[in-house]
Design a protein. Structure first.
Length: 489
């Protein structure tokens, strides 16, 4: 949810088959799943190939439909009862469901079929660790470290990272995953876990360097580009982050998270045209979506294209009629067109959906002020303050209204009361202006000096209260003095 703009302005489970090349096969797996569901509904007992069963399991796992994946694994095991991989897959699913003992039973069965299968040992180590039998798990991994095979060793360190994650030892988790990816940069399924550890440890620069290493070895790794974008974003290298996100969804046009994060970052950077472009590309790729329509409308609103913004807010609200922010911003668009009654109706719809958003009441107060309804203006300012007493700009707006009504004493009382709930130089500027109006110039200048030191650039707030202060010699002199003292020339 967006904040404050009011009218004033799985756990990762080791699975070597699950993630690799997923961007090439997602649509294939989705089609296969649909065909399979149709077969089941029609009572068709067709036996699928091993690969087809694996694809179905992977699809349902990716959709977090673990019970459905478990059902597919059971069907595959009935047909291919001497294929250890399906026992491994079932164990992995059971582990995802936190059924460790059941998972271990499946792995013991798999060992009976293929006692030297490395993947069984890897998943067994994970399962034992999950069951708090970590010494046994570490013994298995220790034995596997004797293999002179980069891919096997990478998998070993990935499982080691999982064990560290169970223990909430994120520094060690990160170290293990870094080793894994340096040994085998194509182990994309380790990247999500790596990012979890990176966020906790705040090692974004180191992660960016590792993602660059992975990309240099695997240039079309869309996930590495995606997490590189995350790193750059946290490092405040925003343009580089946008580029990295864009590379991610150019490589994999079905990777929705990259579109979303790229567009959102552009919006945050106020690059609204670029953000709109990416949101529209997401809609073209994934279909109509209430959130994307809202995001486009928000960008258009920020660029004062209120007519176009309205159109997209309506599209969004048709898909999600319970979005209070949609009604709020739609109301603001109407207010900009001076369609006051329609704007009020939209804002009331927003309040019906969320009655605790102070900016909704503040915007209503502003509209009623423009309509000359002073009683409702005051009513909604008071309701706004009750909802968001920490929002200094609402107290300030209320005080400014009272000053305009020649209710100076009440305005000063409101600003004093605001001090108990909110802080900010804006309140000091407001009080300084009130003191000038009351003829207490010395106190006004002292308070103004305090405000200038705290936030010089907000001094024009005083002029909103008392426009004539712009020409006051003492005020002008003090502003010039602090501009010089603070090196703001």
């Amino acid at each position: 949810m967006r904040k404050g703009l009011y009218f004033y302005q799985r756990k990762t489970i080791f699975n070597p088959r699950c993630m690799e090349n997923s961007h090439h096969s997602n649509s294939v797996m989705r089609t296969l799943a649909k065909e399979y569901e149709t077969m089941v509904t029609q009572g068709d007992a067709t036996i699928l190939t091993e690969d087809a069963y694996h694809q179905l399991i992977t699809y349902y796992e990716s959709e977090l439909l673990f019970e459905r994946a478990l059902d597919i694994a059971d069907k595959a095991m009935e047909v291919y009862s001497f294929t250890p991989e399906f026992f491994i897959r079932k164990a992995d699913i059971l582990l995802s469901l936190k059924l460790g003992d059941e998972a271990l039973d499946q792995l013991i069965k798999a060992e009976g079929i293929a006692p030297s299968e490395i993947h069984i040992s890897l998943v067994k180590a994970k399962t034992l660790a999950f069951l708090n039998r970590q010494e046994e798990a570490k013994q298995i991994l220790g034995d596997l470290k004797s293999y002179n095979d980069a891919e096997v060793l990478a998998d070993v360190f990935i499982v080691e990272g999982y064990i560290h994650q169970l223990n909430k030892d994120y520094e060690s988790m990160l170290e293990s995953l870094v080793i894994a990816l340096k040994k085998c940069p194509t182990k994309s399924y380790a990247l999500e876990s790596l990012w979890i550890a990176t966020e906790v440890c705040r090692k974004f620069k180191e992660c960016a360097e590792l993602m660059t290493f992975v990309i240099n070895n695997d240039p079309y790794n869309y996930q590495a580009w995606y997490y590189l974008g995350h790193c750059y974003s946290f490092m405040c290298e925003y343009e580089m982050a946008v580029d990295a996100y864009e590379y991610s969804f150019i490589i994999n046009e079905k990777f929705e998270s990259a579109y979303k994060d790229c567009a959102d970052l552009c919006s945050e950077l106020k690059k609204y045209s670029k953000a709109i472009k990416f949101y529209k590309e997401a809609i073209d790729t994934f279909g109509p979506d209430a959130e994307y329509y809202f995001d486009i409308a928000f960008c258009l609103y920020q660029t004062k294209k209120y007519k176009d913004a309205k159109r997209y807010f309506i599209k969004s609200l048709k898909l999600d009629p319970y979005n209070d922010e949609g009604f709020y911003y739609f109301g603001l668009c109407l207010a900009h067109e001076k369609r006051w009654n329609s704007a009020i109706n939209a804002l009331m719809r927003a309040i019906d959906l969320d009655e605790m958003r102070e900016e909704y009441y503040a915007s209503l107060a502003d509209i009623y002020l423009k309509l000359g309804d002073k009683a409702k203006t005051e009513q909604y300012f008071q309701m706004a303050i009750e909802c968001g007493p920490e929002q200094s700009q609402i107290w300030l707006a209320y005080a400014r209204f009272l000053v305009s009504e020649n209710r100076l004493k009440e305005a000063m009382k409101i600003l004093k009361e605001a001090d108990d709930f909110s802080v900010g130089a804006d309140l000091l500027y407001g009080m300084a202006a009130c003191l000038y109006l009351k003829g207490k110039n010395k106190k006004a200048l002292d308070m103004m000096a305090e405000a200038l030191l705290e936030d010089f650039n907000s001094y024009k707030i005083m002029f909103d209260f008392v426009p004539t202060l712009q020409k006051d010699p003492e005020v002008k002199s003090m502003i010039a003095y602090y501009r010089s003292e603070l090196n703001l020339l």
